[in-house]
Design a binder for this molecule. Structure first.
Ligand code: NAD
Length: 336
C-alpha cells in the first residue's frame, strides 16, 4: 500500500496556481505530484515515462502519437483537470487501455459569470473607459452603451454553464431563446424557448456560446451563421475557440454586422494563452487583427479561474485518480 500511496502523477502545463491548489488538495492523498510547466504533446510525452498517471489541461495535445508514447512509458490514466476533452483522441486512448477522466463541473458559475463580465465590458466599454480615465481623458464620446433589459439573448448549449448564464440573463430581464439537441429540465421554469439555429441568429441581440467542441460544432459560427445574425449583435464565446471560424467573424466585425465580440477562447490559443509573451512578437496575424478592434475584448481562457473552481478542480482530479486506483472505475470517466 505505501507504494500505491506514493504513486507518481505528472502534472503537465502546471502554473504556480496549479501547484498551490494541488498541493493543498493532496494533503489527504499524498500522491507524488511532479509539476512540469511544458505542454503535453508528442514531443514532451516521453517526460511522463514511468508515471502511471498523467494530469493534463485544456491546451495539451493528447493525439494518437502522444497517447502511444504515454502507453509505452506505462501511463494507464489521463486525468484531465478541465471539463472539455476535445483535445484527447479517445479512440486511441481506448486502444492503448488508457482511461480518461475529467472534471465535468468544477464551477459552472465561474464561466457563466465571466461570459456576463465580457458582455458588460463590451456594452458599457469599460475596457476603454478605464484607460481613458487613467490618461486624464474624461470624454464620453464613443462609450455609448445600451440597456440589456428587454433584449433577446440566444444561448447555444444549455448544459451546466449555459443554464447558469440563462438564469443570470433572466435576472437582467431578457428574453431567452436557445439551441440544444437536449432540452434542459429547468428550461420551462426559467422561460427558455428552444428554436432552430437560424431563428436564434435572426432574433438574438446577444449570442453566447456554451456548447462543447465536437465535429458538429467545429466552426458552427461560420459565414452563413454570421450573415443570419442581427446587425450589431454581441457575440460571446467562452466555450472552445474552434466553435467560431475566426476569419468569418473578422469579416462580420469589419462590415459592422457583428457589433462586438467577447472571447475567452481562440482556436489557435495553444501557442499564446497561459504564458507571458509581452516581450515577444505575436506571430499569429489573425489574432493580431482581432486585437486591433476597439469592440473586441479577449481574455486568455480565464473564465474558469476562480478560487472556488481551482479548489474543486484539484480535489475532483485527485478523487478521480483515487477512484480509478481503488475500484478501476470513476463516475467522471470519459468514454468514446
Ligand atoms: P455540458 O456538457 O453540461 O453542456 C453542453 C451542452 O451543449 C449540452 O446540453 C449539449 O447537449 C449541448 N450541445 C452539444 N452540441 C450542441 C450543438 N451542436 N448545438 C447546441 N448545443 C449543443 O457542458 P458545460 O459544463 O456547460 O460546458 C460547456 C463547454 O464550456 C465545455 O465543453 C467547454 O468546452 C467549455 N468550458 C470553458 C471553460 C473556460 O474556462 N472558458 C471552462 C469550462 C468549460
Amino acid at each position: 500500500m505505501p507504494q500505491l500511496c506514493a504513486m507518481k502523477v505528472a502534472i503537465f502545463s502546471a502554473r504556480p496556481y496549479d501547484r498551490a491548489f494541488f498541493d493543498a488538495a493532496n494533503a489527504s492523498h499524498r500522491y507524488d505530484l511532479v509539476y512540469l510547466d511544458t505542454h503535453l504533446n508528442k514531443t514532451t510525452a516521453a517526460l511522463a515515462a514511468e508515471f502511471p498517471v498523467v494530469c493534463a489541461f485544456a491546451n495539451d495535445t493528447l493525439d494518437a502519437t502522444t497517447l502511444a508514447i504515454l502507453a509505452e512509458g506505462g501511463t494507464y490514466l489521463v486525468a484531465l483537470r478541465c471539463a472539455g476533452y476535445n483535445n484527447v483522441d479517445l479512440q486511441a486512448a481506448q486502444s492503448h487501455n488508457i482511461r480518461v477522466v475529467h472534471v465535468p463541473a468544477y464551477s459552472p458559475f465561474a464561466i457563466a459569470e465571466h461570459a456576463v463580465a465580457l458582455l458588460l465590458t463590451l456594452n458599457r466599454k469599460t475596457h476603454r473607459a478605464y484607460n481613458r480615465v487613467r490618461d486624464g481623458n474624461f470624454s464620453l464620446d464613443g462609450l455609448l452603451g445600451f440597456d440589456i433589459h428587454g433584449l433577446t439573448v440566444g444561448i447555444i448549449g444549455t448544459g451546466k454553464i449555459g443554464i447558469k448564464f440563462a438564469r443570470i440573463m433572466r435576472g437582467f430581464g431578457c428574453e431567452i431563446i436557445a439551441c440544444d439537441p437536449i432540452k434542459h429540465p429547468d428550461s420551462d421554469e426559467i422561460g427558455i424557448r428552444y428554436v432552430e439555429p437560424d431563428e436564434l441568429y435572426a432574433l438574438s441581440d446577444i449570442i453566447s456560446l456554451h456548447c462543447p467542441l465536437t465535429p458538429y460544432t467545429h466552426h458552427l459560427i461560420n459565414t452563413h451563421a454570421v450573415q443570419q445574425m442581427k446587425c450589431g449583435v454581441t457575440l460571446i464565446n467562452t466555450s472552445r475557440g474552434a466553435v467560431i471560424d475566426t476569419h468569418a467573424v473578422i469579416v462580420g466585425l469589419k462590415s459592422g454586422h457583428i457589433g462586438s465580440l467577447g472571447l475567452d477562447v481562440y482556436e489557435e490559443e495553444a501557442d499564446l494563452f497561459f504564458q507571458d509573451l509581452s516581450n515577444d512578437i505575436i506571430k499569429d496575424d489573425v489574432f493580431a487583427r482581432l486585437l486591433l478592434f476597439p469592440n473586441v475584448v479577449i481574455t486568455s481562457h480565464q473564465a474558469f479561474f476562480t478560487r472556488n473552481a481551482l479548489q474543486n478542480i484539484a480535489e475532483t482530479t485527485l478523487e478521480n485518480i483515487n477512484d480509478i486506483r481503488m475500484t478501476g472505475s470513476c463516475k467522471n470517466m470519459v468514454r468514446v
